[in-house]
Write a protein that binds this ligand. Structure first.
Ligand SMILES: [Zn+2]
Ligand SMILES: [Zn+2]
Length: 335
């Protein structure tokens, strides 16, 4: 008979309050309860939302908190109610679950599952924590980022907030950004403002989200993909991933929207994706589109406006729509 999972002591990045500090601490991770899995993390990524969390959003002042929401790992142990995952499966934890049955899941228009929503409390769905920070003899319960916490060696997540992937289809470093950065950018070009064959697109900000939007635009057949960034070093990677025209926004003598329009015969692009969170770019992105039946999608907001964050999140995870099944997408586009 298999030995029951025990408490694991390991390391985690813990934020102790608004503004930090964030320190590597020794934590105890409890065994998974019946509907949960414990995951040995392989890779985790840093997202701007983690920085927001350090600065107090959306944590409601609840600390200490183990950070991180992007990552990939292997199932180390699981509860007896978990039937569709096994020890050794490679999984991506997500901040949003999917029941497949509620109105949202069935709508095809949103993946804001009503049964397994974003875990804004920083606790497991049953209202308890699996993390305890150890400081000598002192033990302090810790919150997790949202529905999961990936900046740690081991973590527990409800099985409804984990997606199994084919470990051979993508290396862990690339798989690590699937659940947030990649899905935000790619999902926007697929679902929010569907890019059509032969259309023109502009992407403002060529970080991980923006480059994912570029790849989404390319894979959906955009004929012209204009990339805007102030960082000249991004020109090369952007062109390799699909940007046909790169605009360095530093030192322009005219508004960048005008430069975009000059590249589209004065009309503007069919769809624009703002991925920088830089406020002046938001206005420019809206001015850079054709003024008839077009969409400008804002994906990031550095100053943390709730409305925009909700908007942003509504496009996250669109790719991970069928839980437990292999994620059906062209992983190779990221490599
Ligand atoms: Zn993120
Ligand atoms: Zn649902």
């Amino acid at each position: 008979m298999a030995k029951a999972p025990q408490v694991i002591t390991c390391k985690a990045a813990v934020c102790w309050g608004v503004g930090g500090p964030v320190k590597i601490e020794e934590v105890e991770v409890e065994p998974p309860r019946p509907s949960e899995i414990r995951v040995k993390m392989l890779c985790a990524s840093i997202c701007r939302t983690d920085i927001l969390c350090i600065n107090g959003f959306p944590t409601q002042g609840l600390y200490p908190r183990v950070l991180g929401h992007e990552g990939v790992g292997v199932v180390e142990s699981l509860g007896e109610e978990v039937k569709d995952l096994q020890v050794g499966d490679t999984v991506i934890p997500t901040t949003l679950g999917e029941c497949g049955e509620c109105g949202s899941c069935e709508s095809g228009r949103t993946n804001f599952c009503q049964k397994y929503p974003i875990g804004a409390t920083g606790l497991m769905p049953d209202g308890t924590s699996r993390f305890t920070v150890r400081e000598g003899n002192k033990r302090t319960p810790a919150y997790q980022f949202l529905s999961c916490a990936t900046w740690c060696e081991y973590m527990v997540v409800d099985a409804n907030y984990a997606v199994k992937i084919d470990a051979g289809s993508i290396p862990p470093p690339q798989a690590s950004i699937i659940s947030c950065a990649f899905t935000s950018g790619y999902g926007a070009t697929w679902k929010a403002a569907p890019v059509t064959v032969g259309s023109s697109v502009a992407v403002f900000g060529l970080g991980p989200v923006g480059l994912s939007a570029v790849q989404g635009a390319r894979m959906h057949g955009a004929a012209k993909i204009i990339g805007v960034d102030k960082n000249e070093r991004r020109r090369k990677i952007a062109s390799e991933l699909g940007v046909t025209h790169f605009i360095n926004s530093e030192g322009l003598e005219k508004p960048v929207s005008e430069v975009v329009k000059e590249l589209t015969d004065g009309k503007g692009v069919d769809a624009c994706f703002e991925c920088s969170g830089y406020a002046p770019f938001m206005n420019q992105a809206m001015k850079a589109v054709v003024q008839v039946s077009t969409r400008t999608i804002m994906l990031l907001q550095k100053s943390c406006c709730c409305k925009v964050i909700i908007y942003f999140n509504s496009y996250v995870h669109f790719l991970i729509v069928k839980k437990r099944k292999r994620v059906e997408m062209a992983f190779t586009c990221m490599i």
